[in-house]
Design a protein around this ligand. Structure first.
Ligand SMILES: Cc1cc2nc3c(=O)[nH]c(=O)nc-3n(C[C@H](O)[C@H](O)[C@H](O)COP(=O)(O)OP(=O)(O)OC[C@H]3O[C@@H](n4cnc5c(N)ncnc54)[C@H](O)[C@@H]3O)c2cc1C
Length: 384
């Protein structure tokens, strides 16, 4: 780090020391799924907003920090090392940058301030039961009725639909031509009439998922991003932001720290195989951090899409590996203390197993790792 970067890190550390209360840190540590407890997440959002640090990746003229990419990584890492809550960040990470890149002046004026302040929370309405990896097969339809679209159909696996005030969604507006050509990108108010949300449980015990049905849901034409039937290219732009920010090294560092803490609790000898796995994970994490650091700040484009897919695969696989080791260690710890009052060991084991299950999903969301390997293969081999 340069001297300026070290000074910046000191400023971040001082802020975190002052603002992260024990409750907020506890919520950060207890995180299982894609965000911390929503109350803690909102409170932490508010504190960052008041400090002007809520949108590190946005340009300063839109309310971002104006930090360099390396400053953003320093900030992310410090938040991880200090157990800051993980934000519910679909607006900040996905639709906000998209609006800045492709939205109209009116859309930006309307939505960006409310994303920054945390008043609006956004979920993503892409997947359907028969449209996941093959997203262009989506069927939730929409047709124009005066100055509104009317949306009908069903989305599934919608993380946080029950918490969100808005959804960014892909809908079918034409069936002619290639499937990708008839898709439109809409911003949907979750309070609009005709929306029904049903929770879908997951194996980790979290209730983050939902099924969302639409029955003649009106969406103003002004809430369309890009032209009608050209939503596919809008979605591709947004997926780039999502994939590059989903599993960051900060998130991995958090998981690794939890694993080290579990190791510290074990009195007896830890099997060599587990210790080796732990060291291997640490080396991989250091290498990934280096990769993230060196590529920080490069612009979107062919090379960066390749990089985003590479990072997505490496980071999610490592996340899964770390949580596997944590589960083993939590198991040893609980076993060692089987005759003692083992409430702590049991709760650590419960957390480790929930985390283990939750990270199985990491190689599925934001494009499965097989799909990312296809992207890499096309890039490397030029295969059609
Ligand atoms: C935790 C979590 C949160 C999610 N949140 C959201 C959300 O908020 N909003 C949203 O819209 N969606 C969300 N999703 C859905 C996610 O985007 C889809 O699950 C994902 O795109 C895969 O689609 P699918 O589940 O239909 O699986 P499928 O596409 O049916 O894939 C099944 C298997 O086949 C493999 N496969 C498919 N096609 C190919 C191919 N061409 N080459 C090689 N292998 C292939 C896949 O890799 C996978 O292993 C979430 C998913 C998870 C797990």
């Amino acid at each position: 780090m340069t001297t300026t970067e070290q000074a910046f890190r000191g400023e971040v550390q001082a802020f975190l020391a002052e603002q992260l209360t024990p409750d907020l840190r506890a919520a950060g540590r207890a995180t299982v799924g894609t965000h911390s407890d929503i109350g803690a997440s909102r409170l932490w959002h508010r504190r960052l907003y008041e400090r002007g640090w809520i949108a590190p990746a946005w340009p300063a003229e839109h309310g971002g920090t104006g930090w360099s990419a390396r400053q953003r990584l320093i900030f992310d890492r410090e938040c991880a090392l200090n157990d800051a809550p993980v934000l519910f960040a679909g607006g900040l990470r996905n639709v906000g940058p998209l609006l800045i890149a492709m939205g109209t002046a009116e859309q930006r004026a309307r939505y960006l301030p409310r994303i920054l302040s945390g008043e609006d929370l956004w979920c993503q309405g892409y997947s359907e039961t028969a449209a996941g990896s093959d997203l262009a097969a989506l069927r939730t339809g929409s047709h124009l009725d005066g100055d509104h679209y009317l949306v009908n159909g069903r989305k599934i696996w919608t993380t946080g639909a029950d918490l969100a005030t808005h959804m960014f969604a892909l809908v079918r507006t034409s069936s002619s031509g290639k499937p990708q050509q008839g898709i439109t990108f809409l911003l949907i108010d979750m309070q609009a009439p005709g929306i029904r949300i049903r929770p879908v449980g997951t194996i980790s015990g979290e209730a983050e998922f939902n099924e969302v049905t639409f029955d003649n849901v009106p969406v103003p034409v002004a809430d369309r991003i890009g032209a009608e039937n050209e939503g596919w290219s809008v979605a591709k732009t947004l997926m780039y932001y999502a994939r590059s920010s989903n599993t960051t090294c900060g998130l991995l560092r958090r998981a690794f720290r939890r694993t080290e803490e579990l190791l510290d609790r074990i009195d007896g000898e830890v099997p060599l195989a587990t210790t080796r796995l732990l060291h291997d994970a640490e080396l991989r994490l250091s290498a990934l951090e280096r990769l993230e650091y060196e590529s920080a700040g490069r612009e979107a484009g062919g090379e960066m899409e390749f990089h985003a897919s590479t990072m997505k695969i490496l980071a999610t696989e490592l996340h899964q590996r770390i949580t596997e080791i944590a589960l083993d260690l939590a198991g040893y710890s609980a076993f060692e203390q089987r005759d003692a009052d083992n409430a702590t060991a049991s709760s650590l084991f419960a957390h480790a197993s929930a985390k283990y299950f939750a990270t199985r999903a990491a190689s599925i969301y934001s494009g499965t790792n097989e799909i990312h390997r296809n992207i890499l293969a096309k890039h490397l081999l030029g295969a059609r």
